[in-house]
Design a protein around this ligand. Structure first.
Ligand code: HEM
Length: 425
C-alpha cells in the first residue's frame, strides 16, 4: 500500500530550473544557486537553439577562463558549418569585424592586445577623468530640476556612449548617430537581427572612414585621441591595419557600452534597494572619503554585475571541467554572475557589503581576455554613482521593485527602465 506521506520515499530531485525566461531575467540568482549545487557544469539549449555547457562554480569558472584549450574562435564550434551566425555579435560576419580581441586566440590575440594596450593605457583613461565628470554633470543637469527621471534612458545609457566616442575622437556632431546605433543594438540585441545588422554596418562604415581621415591627419602625440593612438601604435615595427583598427574601435564601443550602462543601472538599483549601504556611502562621500566608493563599485559588480556570461569559448579537444567531460567542439559559457555568488569563495555571497575585502570577483573576466576597459568602466561607474548621490541626496525608486522590467540577454543583464524621484535641485 502506498501512503502519500510515506517518509521512507526519498524526495524526487527538483527539476533543473528554467533558464532564459522572464522570471529568470528578473532574478537569476536562485537558479544559479541550484545549478552550482546540483549541476555545476550543465548542458543546456540556449534560446538560439545552440547547445552549450554552463559553468557556474567560482573555482571552475576561474580555471575555464584561463584555460588555453578553450578557444575564442568560433571556427572551433562543432556546429560552425551549419550554425553560422548563431554565435558572436549580430551582423558581425557580414561586417567583416571578426578580427577583434574577443574572437581570437594567441598568437594573434597577443599581438593585437599588445598594440591596443599601447594606445588604451590606464594613464590615458586617468587623464580622461575630468571629461567623464563633465559629461556626468551635464546629463544630470538635463533632469535635476524635474524631480523625477528614468535613469536608464537619461543617464546610464548616454554616459558610456558619449564617453567612449569622446575618447575615440568621434566629433561631437556625430555622437548622436552612435547613440542611435547603439540604442538599436541594445533594444534589439536578441530580437530582429536586420536592424542590428544595419546599425553595425553603419558604425563600421563610419569608423572605417574616420580612421582613414585620421590617418591622413595625425596630430602631435600630446593631445591625440584613441583612434589616432591606435593608428600610431606599433610594436617591433608592426602596426594595426586599417581594418584591424576599425575592428578594434568597434569592439571598444561594443564591449564598453552596454556593460557600463548596466553597471550604472544595476549598481544604482542595488544601492536604492539597500538603504543602509547607500547611507554609508553617502556619509563617506560627504566626509571626502572615496575608499568606500572604490570598493563599493567592485562589490556592485560582484553582487549584480552587468555581464552574466563571459563570451563564447569552444573546446579545441576533449577535456573535463569540474569533473564533467566536454567534447571537442562544444561551446562553454562561463556564468560570471553565478561564480560571483559562490559561497565556497565569498562569505555571505547574497549580502551586499560595499566594504567587502578579498573581493576577487570575475565581473571583468580573468586571464588573457581580462577586460581591457576595466579602468574606464571603474572611472565611469564611480563618477556616475558618486555624482548621483551627491547631487540628488534623497534619490529614491519611483516604482514598485516587482514592476521593474529586466532585459536578460544571453550575455548581458540590466534594467529596461529605472524610474526615480528626488527633490529637484
Ligand atoms: C573583455 C566585462 C567595460 C572593453 C571583457 C570581459 C568581461 C568584461 C567579463 C571578458 C570576456 C571574456 O573573457 O569572454 C566588462 C564590464 C564592464 C566592461 C563588466 C563595465 C562595467 C568595458 C569598457 C571597455 C571594455 C568600458 C572599453 C571601452 C573590453 C575589451 C575586452 C573586454 C576590448 C576584450 C579583451 C580581450 O579579449 O583581450 N569585459 N567590461 N570593457 N572588455 Fe570589458
Amino acid at each position: 500500500m502506498h501512503d502519500a506521506n510515506d517518509t521512507n520515499t526519498p524526495p524526487a530531485p527538483a527539476p533543473a530550473p528554467s533558464l532564459f525566461t522572464w522570471e529568470f531575467a528578473s532574478d537569476p540568482y536562485p537558479a544559479y544557486a541550484w545549478l552550482r549545487e546540483h549541476a555545476p557544469v550543465h548542458r543546456t539549449a540556449l534560446p538560439s537553439g545552440v547547445e552549450a555547457w554552463l559553468v557556474t562554480r567560482y573555482a571552475d569558472a576561474r580555471q575555464a577562463l584561463a584555460d588555453q584549450r578553450l578557444s575564442k574562435n568560433p571556427v572551433h564550434h562543432s556546429e560552425s558549418a551549419h550554425g553560422k551566425g548563431k554565435v558572436g555579435i549580430p551582423g558581425e560576419r557580414s561586417a567583416n569585424l571578426m578580427t577583434h580581441l574577443l574572437n581570437i586566440d594567441p598568437p594573434d590575440h597577443t599581438r593585437l592586445r599588445r598594440l591596443v594596450s599601447k594606445a588604451f593605457t590606464p594613464r590615458r583613461v586617468a587623464e580622461f577623468a575630468p571629461r567623464v565628470q563633465e559629461l556626468t554633470d551635464r546629463l544630470i543637469d538635463g533632469f535635476a530640476d524635474r524631480g523625477e527621471a528614468d535613469l536608464i534612458h537619461e543617464f546610464a545609457f548616454p554616459l558610456p556612449i558619449y564617453a567612449i566616442c569622446d575618447m575615440l575622437g568621434v566629433p561631437p556632431e556625430d555622437q548622436d548617430d552612435f547613440r542611435d546605433w547603439a540604442g538599436m543594438m541594445i533594444r534589439h540585441g536578441g530580437g530582429p537581427r536586420g536592424g542590428v545588422a544595419r546599425s553595425v554596418k553603419k558604425m563600421r562604415t563610419y569608423l572605417a572612414e574616420l580612421i582613414h581621415r585620421k590617418r591622413g591627419a595625425l596630430r602631435d602625440r600630446g593631445d591625440e585621441d584613441l583612434i589616432s593612438g591606435l593608428i600610431r601604435a606599433s610594436d617591433h615595427g608592426e602596426h594595426l591595419t586599417e581594418n584591424e583598427a576599425a575592428a578594434m574601435a568597434f569592439i571598444l564601443l561594443f564591449a564598453g557600452f552596454e556593460t557600463t550602462v548596466n553597471l550604472i543601472g544595476n549598481g544604482t538599483h542595488a544601492l536604492l534597494r539597500h538603504p543602509e549601504q547607500r547611507e554609508r556611502l553617502q556619509r563617506a562621500l560627504a566626509e571626502g572619503d572615496e575608499t568606500l566608493l572604490a570598493t563599493g563599485v567592485e562589490e556592485l559588480l560582484r553582487y549584480d554585475g552587468p555581464v552574466e556570461l563571459a563570451t563564447w569559448r569552444f573546446a579545441t579537444r576533449d577535456l573535463t571541467i569540474g569533473g564533467q567531460r566536454i567534447a571537442e567542439g562544444d561551446p562553454v559559457l562561463v556564468v560570471l554572475a553565478a561564480a560571483d555568488r559562490d559561497p565556497e569563495r565569498f562569505a555571505d555571497p547574497d549580502t551586499l557589503d560595499l566594504s567587502r575585502r578579498d573581493n576577487q570577483h570575475l565581473g571583468y573576466g580573468h586571464g588573457i581576455h581580462y577586460c581591457l576597459g576595466a579602468p574606464l568602466a571603474r572611472l565611469e561607474g564611480q563618477a556616475a554613482l558618486a555624482t548621483l548621490l551627491r547631487r540628488l541626496p534623497d534619490l529614491r525608486l519611483n516604482a514598485e521593485p516587482e514592476d521593474l522590467r529586466w532585459r536578460g540577454g544571453l550575455i548581458m543583464r540590466g534594467l529596461r527602465t529605472l524610474p526615480v524621484a528626488f527633490t529637484p535641485e
